[in-house]
Design a protein around this ligand. Structure first.
Ligand SMILES: C[S@@+](CC[C@H](N)C(=O)[O-])C[C@H]1O[C@@H](n2cnc3c(N)ncnc32)[C@H](O)[C@@H]1O
Length: 236
């Protein structure tokens, strides 16, 4: 897959409101305090762990792993530009929380199994793995036709991956994180041009241009929808 550079680049996914709401959700699922050691796999610009670091001033800085080192990467965390599997094979560190948010679809079925088995072994006694992925049914992400068919394929892959890891992991809880997005069509079109989501990465410039015309006719000046994620929690 081509690199995803603009996922959390100045949009709702990097907004204070979203990060605050996401971290408040996290707090209802896990115990976070000064001593919590957190790892974020596929951290992007590390907005989430950076926010948590500011709030809790952890004894050990949270660790973020990503295969891309983005511009505007947050500085108050420890970052490794590495494939997550390679990181786990190299590191001896144990974590209380391993966060894998909107990243599983970048892995093949086999590699995800390897990743999660390694992750399990990196948990402290009371540690938890939290996996977040887009809601696969009735997804509301605004799409044009070609984008939608890519998204549907990606969500089908997610369903296969979820089925597989549920066999392997003792999921203790499943829940949903819901965020109400309100965005101008103009701003959303900029996100589409920036190929903010992975289902846009393999489209040609011509296909994106055509898609934008579709979006202009399909949506009003202000777009409202729910960005909903499934949350799966695993503990040893
Ligand atoms: C959709 S973004 C999610 C970013 C962040 N977790 C969030 O929710 O804002 C997925 C991220 O996973 C990263 N990624 C993809 N494959 C990876 C791998 N093998 N190891 C580590 N990170 C990876 C991508 O570079 C990208 O930044």
């Amino acid at each position: 897959m081509k690199p995803l550079n603009n996922w959390d680049n100045k949009n709702w996914l990097s907004s204070h409101k979203y990060i605050l709401s996401f971290c408040n959700f996290l707090k209802t699922k896990i115990d976070i305090n000064k001593k919590t050691n957190i790892l974020d796999i596929g951290c992007g610009r590390a907005n989430i762990i950076s926010f948590l670091q500011k709030k809790y001033r952890f004894k050990k800085k949270p660790v973020g792993i990503d295969i891309i080192k983005n511009r505007n990467l947050k500085k108050n965390i420890t970052f490794f530009k590495l494939d997550a599997i390679k990181y786990f094979k190299k590191s001896n560190e144990k974590f209380d929380v391993i966060l894998i948010k909107q990243t599983i679809h970048f892995f093949s079925k086999n590699n995800l199994e390897v990743l999660l088995n390694l992750a399990k072994n990196k948990l402290t006694d009371k540690g938890k793995i939290l996996i977040f992925s887009l809601k696969t049914k009735k997804n509301e992400i605004p799409c044009f036709k070609k984008m939608k068919s890519n998204l549907i394929n990606s969500l089908k892959k997610d369903e296969i991956l979820i089925k597989q890891f549920k066999k392997n992991l003792k999921i203790v809880k499943k829940s949903e994180f819901k965020f109400k997005v309100e965005i101008t069509r103009k701003k959303y079109i900029r996100m589409l041009k920036n190929r903010y989501i992975s289902c846009l990465l393999n489209l040609s410039s011509k296909e994106i241009k055509k898609g934008i015309i579709e979006i202009k006719s399909k949506y009003k000046k202000n777009i409202k929808f729910n960005d909903v994620l499934n949350c799966f929690i695993y503990k040893n």
